[in-house]
Ligand binder design. Sequence first.
Ligand code: ADP
Ligand code: ZN
Length: 740
Amino acid sequence: MSDISESQHPVLKVAVNVPLSREFDYLPPSGGPVPAPGCRVLVQFGPRRQVGLVLAHADTSELPRAKLRRCLEVLDDNPLLGDNDLVLLRFTSNYYHHPIGEVVAAALPALLRQGKPLHPVVQTIAVTDPGASTDVEALARKAPRQAELLETVCDAGGGGLEAEQLTELLPNWRRVARSLFENGLIRQLEVRSAEFDETLAPAATPGPELNADQRKALEVLRSDIEVGAFLLEGVTGSGKTEVYLQRMQDIVDQGQQVLVLVPEIGLTPQLVARFRKRLGMEPALLHSGLTDIERLGAWRAARSGAARLVVGTRSAIFTPLKRPGLIVVDEEHDHSFKQQEGLRYSARDLAIVRAKQLGIQVVLGTATPTLEMLHHCRRGAYALIRLPKRAGDARPPSIRLIDTARAPANDGLSEPLVAAIRKHLEAGGQALLFLNRRGFAPTLVCSSCGYVAGCDRCDSRLTVHARQGQLRCHHCGATRPLTDSCGECGATVRPLGEGTERLEDALREHFPERTITRIDSDSTQRKGAMADALDQAREGQAEILVGTQMLSKGHHFPKLSLVGVVNADQGLFGTDFRSSERMAQSIIQVAGRAGRALLAGEVLIQTAFPDHAFWSTLIDGGYERLADDALAERKATHWPPYTRLALLRAAAHQRVDAMRFLEIAQQSLQPHCGETLRVLGPVDAPMARKAGRHRVQLLLQSSDRPTLHTVLRQLRLLLEQHPAARKVRWSIDVDPIELF
Ligand code: ADP
Ligand code: ZN
């Protein structure tokens, strides 16, 4: 803030959370203060008051000064975001062609977005002296719910419990609290929210001594070679994490901060515990399971530098850091790094951009690099570091196919697979069965008229969820009761195909005496359920694990020796150009769970197409050969990474409205089409109707990134203003990873 006279007041360039690709000009409040870039302001925007972020100061505005409105209020004394952070936000807005105000909103924790102070006061409930000496048992006889609340608050000690935490423990506590307040047994405090405490962690414990490959990898990271991005490609269990940990230690020792990005379900208590234990410091965690207050607390700790280690999922890439020193992206290939709605950004790609802006290293680790990353390494843009062998004594698993044409799979299980499970269990191992389809069966058909239960609002089939007695649409969430008879002809219906529930049932038939745990998004809805299931799996109590790709990521189950891929054929004939890359990644990842410790690992894959070239390539040449082949094919067919894509999507209740909107877009692009730009469509999306809306799309493909971005910029401005936009929902997706 500065003291300057009114006439010298700068024009403030403010980002406001509205779907318009521009900044808005305001003047500081009369009589000051003048908010610096990075401070929030409250502004009148049309009929509403909005929280905005000052991006820059300017001398002039397109509007005459007299017409500019003043900010109503300045919300921060000091900038929340530094210049580097603002540069990243602007880059994100320009690159993804998304309104800056919405980018800012996506980057800030909810409480800050709502205009709350950086250090909000939190409501806390604490026990009073009379409350502490109350006879809880006597109270319990009269008013059991009051007693329960009093006891919970008592257990929290003198500081009390944050109201938000209390709501998690006892959702309806407020109704019960009144008489406890009136009788003076509990009281409400307003306290400044708790500060981050790094010393909560135990002292650091040393890790294993690095093997030769790991040492070499670390040396490369430590030598100051020019490229800033490093792809650490190491087979599963090769000790990538150990390499990051040592590099992180270096950076922390230099007094700088490390930001680690992990996939959504990669942020397991197991990984966090490993960081905490090895580095002896408490990481600030940023993920979707936090309360707003907790999230803000972690954000603040990153910003102030109080946390030297910041670990988070995708949106953590926007977290301000006081002394950034290193960014690590774990499991670079994981799709959860790309946001698929609203601001469609790739946190992995932004990590590379941000590291470059800051002049720091970024290390991207994976066993199955995306073709994009491999391509950049081959061009020399990024450095490739490889860990070709498993660390310690673990051997790579052997992979074998089971031909389901010869050995039919009943309820998902072929005879050879059942025999292998038995063998491994008897040898003291653990088995994991991977099936990327939750529910009981993906389809319900009538045995008489052939009717297939479909969703009324989507072009999709309903999945049978036998446990809940429901049919569910996995695309829009619609549900219907499950019945025994066909709605069309009254004959008996039967579930066709298998999901994880059915597989679980079939396993219980075969192995009634074994402990079987299913892990998918249905079985882990309760908070903490996932962590409990993983603990059981790791400690070996669960003898057979059944699950979707949730189970395939990053987990380390020491006793696991057999992985069965129940149905691998979905990916062989996929329509998306990334189908085979994706399938190879998920098979290698899940296979990598087998034999990570002492027991030798075995991987069995059930397929009806054992002669498909995909399998021989995978088994003989591994991921590397598959990636080589796929890159050659992409080059020949001009798909990414050899060209760049952007997808313009539109959805409307009437197909004609969505189509007309894209036709307008297509016409405006026509003059730019030629050598460097192709426009394909508009066409119906692969799933043309979803949640009652018709979806159409226009694909832009370009061999030249600047050309693509120039046309996208013009396109965005045209479409934002166009009256046809009022009837549709539309979006631009730059570097889409799914073409639907
Ligand atoms: P990745 O991240 O590549 O999957 P991790 O770093 O998790 O691999 O290592 C896999 C397992 O091997 C872990 O249990 C880890 O403790 C162990 N490990 C890693 N490096 C070594 C080493 N140099 N010597 C012995 N064990 C190691
Ligand atoms: Zn639906």
